[in-house]
Design a protein around this ligand. Structure first.
Ligand code: SF4
Length: 372
Protein backbone atom coordinates (compact mmCIF):
# COMPACT_ATOMS: atom_id res chain seq x y z
CA UNK A 1 0.00 0.00 0.00
CA UNK A 2 1.58 3.25 -1.12
CA UNK A 3 2.61 5.65 1.68
CA UNK A 4 2.16 2.91 4.31
CA UNK A 5 4.34 -0.04 3.27
CA UNK A 6 7.37 2.25 2.99
CA UNK A 7 7.01 3.00 6.70
CA UNK A 8 6.71 -0.68 7.69
CA UNK A 9 9.68 -2.03 5.72
CA UNK A 10 11.43 -4.71 7.84
CA UNK A 11 14.87 -4.09 6.28
CA UNK A 12 14.73 -0.36 7.03
CA UNK A 13 13.50 -1.15 10.55
CA UNK A 14 16.50 -3.44 11.17
CA UNK A 15 18.88 -0.70 10.03
CA UNK A 16 17.25 1.84 12.33
CA UNK A 17 17.32 -0.57 15.27
CA UNK A 18 21.07 -1.11 14.67
CA UNK A 19 21.58 2.68 14.57
CA UNK A 20 19.64 3.09 17.80
CA UNK A 21 21.67 0.34 19.50
CA UNK A 22 24.95 1.99 18.44
CA UNK A 23 23.82 5.46 19.60
CA UNK A 24 22.50 4.16 22.90
CA UNK A 25 25.75 2.23 23.47
CA UNK A 26 27.68 5.49 23.13
CA UNK A 27 25.50 7.17 25.77
CA UNK A 28 25.91 4.36 28.29
CA UNK A 29 22.76 4.97 30.33
CA UNK A 30 19.03 4.26 30.10
CA UNK A 31 17.24 6.90 28.05
CA UNK A 32 13.55 7.44 28.83
CA UNK A 33 11.48 8.99 26.04
CA UNK A 34 7.83 9.94 26.56
CA UNK A 35 5.55 9.31 23.61
CA UNK A 36 3.01 12.05 24.20
CA UNK A 37 0.27 10.70 21.96
CA UNK A 38 -1.85 7.61 22.52
CA UNK A 39 -1.58 6.86 18.79
CA UNK A 40 2.16 6.36 19.28
CA UNK A 41 1.55 4.05 22.26
CA UNK A 42 -0.74 1.99 20.06
CA UNK A 43 1.87 1.71 17.27
CA UNK A 44 4.65 0.82 19.74
CA UNK A 45 2.69 -2.14 21.13
CA UNK A 46 0.93 -3.20 17.95
CA UNK A 47 4.27 -3.57 16.17
CA UNK A 48 6.28 -4.75 19.20
CA UNK A 49 8.76 -1.86 18.93
CA UNK A 50 9.62 -2.02 22.63
CA UNK A 51 11.05 -5.50 22.11
CA UNK A 52 13.18 -4.42 19.14
CA UNK A 53 15.02 -1.71 21.04
CA UNK A 54 17.92 -2.14 23.46
CA UNK A 55 17.02 -2.34 27.17
CA UNK A 56 18.65 1.06 27.58
CA UNK A 57 15.85 2.78 25.62
CA UNK A 58 12.55 2.96 27.48
CA UNK A 59 9.18 4.30 26.36
CA UNK A 60 7.20 6.31 28.92
CA UNK A 61 3.53 6.85 28.12
CA UNK A 62 2.15 10.38 28.17
CA UNK A 63 -1.13 12.31 28.55
CA UNK A 64 -2.08 12.56 24.86
CA UNK A 65 -5.04 10.18 24.66
CA UNK A 66 -8.09 12.46 24.28
CA UNK A 67 -10.62 9.97 25.62
CA UNK A 68 -8.43 9.08 28.62
CA UNK A 69 -8.22 12.60 30.02
CA UNK A 70 -11.96 13.36 30.24
CA UNK A 71 -12.93 13.40 33.95
CA UNK A 72 -15.90 11.59 35.47
CA UNK A 73 -17.81 14.84 36.05
CA UNK A 74 -17.78 15.74 32.33
CA UNK A 75 -19.04 12.24 31.47
CA UNK A 76 -21.80 12.68 34.06
CA UNK A 77 -22.68 16.02 32.43
CA UNK A 78 -22.79 14.31 29.02
CA UNK A 79 -25.17 11.64 30.35
CA UNK A 80 -27.32 14.33 31.98
CA UNK A 81 -27.53 16.15 28.61
CA UNK A 82 -28.34 12.92 26.77
CA UNK A 83 -31.22 12.25 29.15
CA UNK A 84 -32.91 15.63 28.64
CA UNK A 85 -36.30 15.17 26.93
CA UNK A 86 -36.12 15.82 23.18
CA UNK A 87 -32.32 15.73 23.00
CA UNK A 88 -30.37 13.72 20.44
CA UNK A 89 -26.89 13.34 21.92
CA UNK A 90 -24.11 12.66 19.41
CA UNK A 91 -20.62 11.43 20.20
CA UNK A 92 -17.59 9.64 18.80
CA UNK A 93 -17.82 5.88 19.37
CA UNK A 94 -14.90 5.83 21.87
CA UNK A 95 -16.81 8.03 24.30
CA UNK A 96 -19.80 5.67 24.50
CA UNK A 97 -18.09 3.38 27.04
CA UNK A 98 -16.19 5.90 29.18
CA UNK A 99 -17.38 5.39 32.74
CA UNK A 100 -19.12 8.14 34.70
CA UNK A 101 -20.58 7.74 38.17
CA UNK A 102 -23.93 6.45 36.83
CA UNK A 103 -22.58 4.24 34.06
CA UNK A 104 -21.73 5.31 30.52
CA UNK A 105 -23.47 6.79 27.49
CA UNK A 106 -24.15 3.35 26.01
CA UNK A 107 -26.05 2.43 29.17
CA UNK A 108 -27.88 5.79 29.07
CA UNK A 109 -28.98 4.79 25.57
CA UNK A 110 -30.22 1.45 26.89
CA UNK A 111 -32.24 3.36 29.51
CA UNK A 112 -33.99 5.28 26.74
CA UNK A 113 -31.79 8.29 25.92
CA UNK A 114 -31.28 8.98 22.20
CA UNK A 115 -27.48 8.60 21.97
CA UNK A 116 -26.00 8.26 18.49
CA UNK A 117 -22.37 7.81 17.53
CA UNK A 118 -21.00 9.83 14.65
CA UNK A 119 -17.74 9.88 12.71
CA UNK A 120 -17.49 13.67 12.56
CA UNK A 121 -19.21 16.75 14.01
CA UNK A 122 -20.56 17.45 10.52
CA UNK A 123 -22.59 14.22 10.86
CA UNK A 124 -24.09 15.68 14.05
CA UNK A 125 -24.97 18.90 12.21
CA UNK A 126 -26.64 16.82 9.49
CA UNK A 127 -28.75 15.08 12.17
CA UNK A 128 -29.74 18.54 13.46
CA UNK A 129 -30.85 19.63 9.98
CA UNK A 130 -32.89 16.43 9.60
CA UNK A 131 -34.56 16.79 13.02
CA UNK A 132 -35.53 20.48 13.35
CA UNK A 133 -37.94 19.74 16.23
CA UNK A 134 -35.22 18.12 18.38
CA UNK A 135 -32.18 19.57 20.19
CA UNK A 136 -28.98 17.96 18.83
CA UNK A 137 -25.87 18.14 21.03
CA UNK A 138 -22.38 17.12 19.90
CA UNK A 139 -19.93 15.88 22.58
CA UNK A 140 -16.70 17.55 21.40
CA UNK A 141 -13.52 15.94 22.77
CA UNK A 142 -9.92 15.93 21.65
CA UNK A 143 -6.77 17.99 21.44
CA UNK A 144 -5.90 20.66 18.88
CA UNK A 145 -6.08 17.83 16.33
CA UNK A 146 -9.86 17.56 16.34
CA UNK A 147 -10.74 21.10 17.46
CA UNK A 148 -10.60 22.44 13.86
CA UNK A 149 -13.34 20.05 12.70
CA UNK A 150 -15.58 21.23 15.56
CA UNK A 151 -14.76 24.84 14.66
CA UNK A 152 -15.65 24.30 10.98
CA UNK A 153 -18.94 22.67 12.01
CA UNK A 154 -19.85 25.56 14.29
CA UNK A 155 -19.00 28.12 11.61
CA UNK A 156 -21.22 26.21 9.17
CA UNK A 157 -24.07 25.92 11.71
CA UNK A 158 -23.88 29.69 12.28
CA UNK A 159 -23.76 30.44 8.53
CA UNK A 160 -26.82 28.22 7.90
CA UNK A 161 -28.64 29.39 11.06
CA UNK A 162 -29.18 25.84 12.38
CA UNK A 163 -30.79 26.80 15.68
CA UNK A 164 -31.28 23.35 17.21
CA UNK A 165 -27.56 22.42 17.23
CA UNK A 166 -25.10 22.89 20.11
CA UNK A 167 -21.70 21.63 21.22
CA UNK A 168 -20.67 20.35 24.67
CA UNK A 169 -17.06 21.52 24.36
CA UNK A 170 -14.31 19.47 26.02
CA UNK A 171 -11.42 20.28 23.71
CA UNK A 172 -8.07 20.39 25.47
CA UNK A 173 -4.60 21.73 24.71
CA UNK A 174 -1.45 19.64 24.80
CA UNK A 175 1.18 22.05 26.12
CA UNK A 176 -0.31 22.85 29.57
CA UNK A 177 -0.26 19.21 30.82
CA UNK A 178 3.28 18.77 29.47
CA UNK A 179 4.35 21.94 31.29
CA UNK A 180 2.67 20.72 34.51
CA UNK A 181 4.30 17.31 34.21
CA UNK A 182 7.75 18.78 33.62
CA UNK A 183 7.42 21.28 36.47
CA UNK A 184 6.39 18.47 38.87
CA UNK A 185 9.73 16.73 38.19
CA UNK A 186 8.48 13.41 39.56
CA UNK A 187 9.24 11.43 36.39
CA UNK A 188 12.72 11.21 34.89
CA UNK A 189 12.55 11.95 31.17
CA UNK A 190 15.23 12.41 28.52
CA UNK A 191 13.03 13.69 25.70
CA UNK A 192 9.72 13.53 23.88
CA UNK A 193 8.38 11.69 20.88
CA UNK A 194 6.19 14.65 19.95
CA UNK A 195 2.51 14.40 18.99
CA UNK A 196 2.42 14.40 15.19
CA UNK A 197 -1.30 14.97 14.76
CA UNK A 198 -1.38 17.97 17.10
CA UNK A 199 1.78 19.31 15.44
CA UNK A 200 0.00 19.19 12.06
CA UNK A 201 -2.31 21.90 13.39
CA UNK A 202 -0.16 23.90 15.83
CA UNK A 203 3.24 23.36 14.12
CA UNK A 204 6.42 21.83 15.50
CA UNK A 205 7.64 25.26 16.75
CA UNK A 206 4.77 25.14 19.26
CA UNK A 207 6.95 22.84 21.42
CA UNK A 208 9.98 25.13 21.58
CA UNK A 209 9.36 25.75 25.30
CA UNK A 210 10.45 22.18 26.09
CA UNK A 211 14.11 22.54 25.05
CA UNK A 212 14.15 26.25 26.02
CA UNK A 213 12.77 25.88 29.56
CA UNK A 214 13.39 22.24 30.43
CA UNK A 215 16.48 21.39 28.35
CA UNK A 216 14.91 18.31 26.78
CA UNK A 217 14.73 17.49 23.06
CA UNK A 218 11.45 16.79 21.26
CA UNK A 219 10.85 15.34 17.80
CA UNK A 220 7.43 15.78 16.12
CA UNK A 221 6.75 12.24 14.97
CA UNK A 222 4.50 10.29 12.59
CA UNK A 223 2.54 7.19 13.47
CA UNK A 224 4.05 4.35 11.47
CA UNK A 225 6.65 2.02 13.04
CA UNK A 226 9.56 3.49 11.08
CA UNK A 227 8.47 7.01 12.08
CA UNK A 228 8.84 6.11 15.74
CA UNK A 229 12.14 4.28 15.29
CA UNK A 230 13.55 7.22 13.33
CA UNK A 231 12.33 9.60 16.02
CA UNK A 232 14.16 7.60 18.71
CA UNK A 233 17.33 7.68 16.58
CA UNK A 234 16.95 11.47 16.16
CA UNK A 235 16.54 12.00 19.91
CA UNK A 236 19.61 9.88 20.68
CA UNK A 237 21.60 11.68 17.96
CA UNK A 238 20.85 15.02 19.61
CA UNK A 239 22.44 13.71 22.82
CA UNK A 240 25.46 12.27 21.01
CA UNK A 241 25.99 15.57 19.17
CA UNK A 242 25.34 17.72 22.24
CA UNK A 243 22.21 19.36 20.81
CA UNK A 244 18.82 19.98 22.45
CA UNK A 245 16.11 21.27 20.13
CA UNK A 246 12.78 20.72 18.39
CA UNK A 247 13.11 18.53 15.32
CA UNK A 248 10.48 17.46 12.83
CA UNK A 249 10.51 13.81 11.78
CA UNK A 250 6.95 14.11 10.36
CA UNK A 251 7.92 16.68 7.72
CA UNK A 252 5.66 15.04 5.13
CA UNK A 253 2.72 16.48 7.08
CA UNK A 254 3.94 18.92 9.76
CA UNK A 255 5.16 22.48 9.11
CA UNK A 256 7.07 24.47 11.76
CA UNK A 257 4.32 27.12 11.79
CA UNK A 258 1.37 24.70 11.63
CA UNK A 259 -1.85 25.14 9.68
CA UNK A 260 -2.61 28.87 9.56
CA UNK A 261 -6.21 28.48 8.33
CA UNK A 262 -7.07 25.99 11.10
CA UNK A 263 -5.45 28.17 13.78
CA UNK A 264 -7.34 31.24 12.54
CA UNK A 265 -10.69 29.46 12.68
CA UNK A 266 -9.97 28.00 16.12
CA UNK A 267 -9.12 31.49 17.42
CA UNK A 268 -12.48 32.74 16.10
CA UNK A 269 -14.62 29.93 17.50
CA UNK A 270 -12.89 29.03 20.79
CA UNK A 271 -11.50 30.88 23.76
CA UNK A 272 -9.25 29.38 26.47
CA UNK A 273 -10.84 28.41 29.79
CA UNK A 274 -9.12 29.67 32.94
CA UNK A 275 -8.79 26.06 34.04
CA UNK A 276 -9.99 22.60 33.04
CA UNK A 277 -10.15 19.31 34.93
CA UNK A 278 -8.14 16.34 33.60
CA UNK A 279 -8.87 12.79 34.72
CA UNK A 280 -6.33 11.83 37.35
CA UNK A 281 -4.31 15.01 36.85
CA UNK A 282 -6.64 17.55 38.49
CA UNK A 283 -7.23 21.11 37.31
CA UNK A 284 -4.66 22.53 34.89
CA UNK A 285 -4.72 26.29 34.09
CA UNK A 286 -5.39 27.38 30.49
CA UNK A 287 -5.66 23.76 29.33
CA UNK A 288 -9.13 23.70 27.74
CA UNK A 289 -11.28 25.53 25.22
CA UNK A 290 -14.83 26.81 25.57
CA UNK A 291 -16.87 28.42 22.83
CA UNK A 292 -16.17 32.11 22.21
CA UNK A 293 -18.95 34.58 23.06
CA UNK A 294 -19.72 35.01 19.34
CA UNK A 295 -20.81 31.33 19.34
CA UNK A 296 -22.55 31.40 22.76
CA UNK A 297 -25.91 30.32 21.29
CA UNK A 298 -24.27 27.05 20.14
CA UNK A 299 -22.71 26.35 23.56
CA UNK A 300 -24.52 23.45 25.29
CA UNK A 301 -23.11 24.58 28.64
CA UNK A 302 -24.96 27.89 28.27
CA UNK A 303 -28.04 26.52 26.50
CA UNK A 304 -28.74 23.88 29.17
CA UNK A 305 -28.55 24.29 32.94
CA UNK A 306 -25.77 21.72 33.43
CA UNK A 307 -25.35 20.34 36.95
CA UNK A 308 -21.53 20.44 36.46
CA UNK A 309 -20.93 18.43 39.63
CA UNK A 310 -17.29 17.48 40.00
CA UNK A 311 -16.69 13.94 41.24
CA UNK A 312 -13.65 12.01 42.37
CA UNK A 313 -12.23 9.21 40.23
CA UNK A 314 -12.91 5.59 41.17
CA UNK A 315 -10.72 4.84 44.23
CA UNK A 316 -8.97 1.96 42.44
CA UNK A 317 -8.20 4.04 39.35
CA UNK A 318 -4.57 4.98 38.74
CA UNK A 319 -5.09 6.55 35.32
CA UNK A 320 -3.48 9.80 36.52
CA UNK A 321 -0.24 7.99 37.36
CA UNK A 322 -0.34 6.19 33.99
CA UNK A 323 -1.08 9.39 32.04
CA UNK A 324 1.82 11.20 33.70
CA UNK A 325 4.28 8.35 33.13
CA UNK A 326 4.70 7.58 36.84
CA UNK A 327 3.65 3.95 36.53
CA UNK A 328 3.27 1.43 33.72
CA UNK A 329 -0.28 0.15 33.19
CA UNK A 330 0.46 -3.28 34.65
CA UNK A 331 1.48 -1.58 37.92
CA UNK A 332 -2.14 -0.47 38.51
CA UNK A 333 -3.59 -2.95 41.00
CA UNK A 334 -6.76 -3.58 38.98
CA UNK A 335 -5.09 -3.91 35.54
CA UNK A 336 -6.38 -6.98 33.71
CA UNK A 337 -8.46 -8.14 36.70
CA UNK A 338 -10.96 -5.55 37.90
CA UNK A 339 -10.25 -3.38 34.85
CA UNK A 340 -10.44 -4.84 31.33
CA UNK A 341 -11.58 -3.43 27.96
CA UNK A 342 -14.93 -5.20 28.49
CA UNK A 343 -15.37 -3.71 31.98
CA UNK A 344 -13.15 -0.63 32.23
CA UNK A 345 -12.66 1.08 35.57
CA UNK A 346 -10.61 3.91 34.11
CA UNK A 347 -10.50 5.65 30.76
CA UNK A 348 -7.04 4.37 29.74
CA UNK A 349 -8.63 0.95 29.23
CA UNK A 350 -11.46 2.26 27.01
CA UNK A 351 -9.90 3.91 23.98
CA UNK A 352 -7.59 1.90 21.69
CA UNK A 353 -5.23 4.87 22.19
CA UNK A 354 -5.17 4.33 25.96
CA UNK A 355 -1.94 2.88 27.34
CA UNK A 356 -3.78 0.30 29.46
CA UNK A 357 -5.80 -0.92 26.47
CA UNK A 358 -2.60 -1.15 24.38
CA UNK A 359 -0.83 -3.18 27.09
CA UNK A 360 -3.85 -5.42 27.58
CA UNK A 361 -4.33 -6.03 23.85
CA UNK A 362 -0.73 -6.34 22.68
CA UNK A 363 1.73 -6.47 25.53
CA UNK A 364 0.30 -7.69 28.77
CA UNK A 365 2.89 -10.48 29.12
CA UNK A 366 5.78 -8.07 28.85
CA UNK A 367 6.66 -6.50 32.16
CA UNK A 368 9.78 -4.46 31.80
CA UNK A 369 10.74 -2.71 35.00
CA UNK A 370 10.02 0.98 35.40
CA UNK A 371 13.43 2.63 35.82
CA UNK A 372 12.31 6.06 36.97
S1 SF4 B 1 -5.85 -0.47 34.64
FE1 SF4 B 1 -7.82 0.62 34.53
S2 SF4 B 1 -7.99 1.75 36.45
FE2 SF4 B 1 -5.85 1.11 36.24
S3 SF4 B 1 -4.84 2.86 35.32
FE3 SF4 B 1 -5.49 1.50 33.64
S4 SF4 B 1 -7.53 2.22 33.02
FE4 SF4 B 1 -7.04 3.17 35.00
Amino acid sequence: MRYVDEFRDPGAAKELVATIAALSGRLGRTMRFMEVCGGHTHTIYRFGLEHLLPEAVEFVHGPGCPVCVIPMGRVDDAIWLAERPGVIFTTFGDMMRVPGTTGNLQQAGARGADVRFVYSPLDALKIARENPDREVVFFAVGFETTAPSTAITLARAAAEGVANFSVFCNHVLINPPLQTLLEARNVRLDGFIGPGHVATVVGSDHFAFIPAEFHLPIVATGFEPLDILQSVAMLLTQYVEGRCEVENQYARVVRPEGNAAALRLMAEVFTPRDTFEWRGLGYIPDSGYRLADAYAEYDAERRFDLPAVRVADHPACECGAVLSGQIKPWQCRVFGTGCTPENPVGTCMVSPEGACAAYYTFGRLSRRPNTR
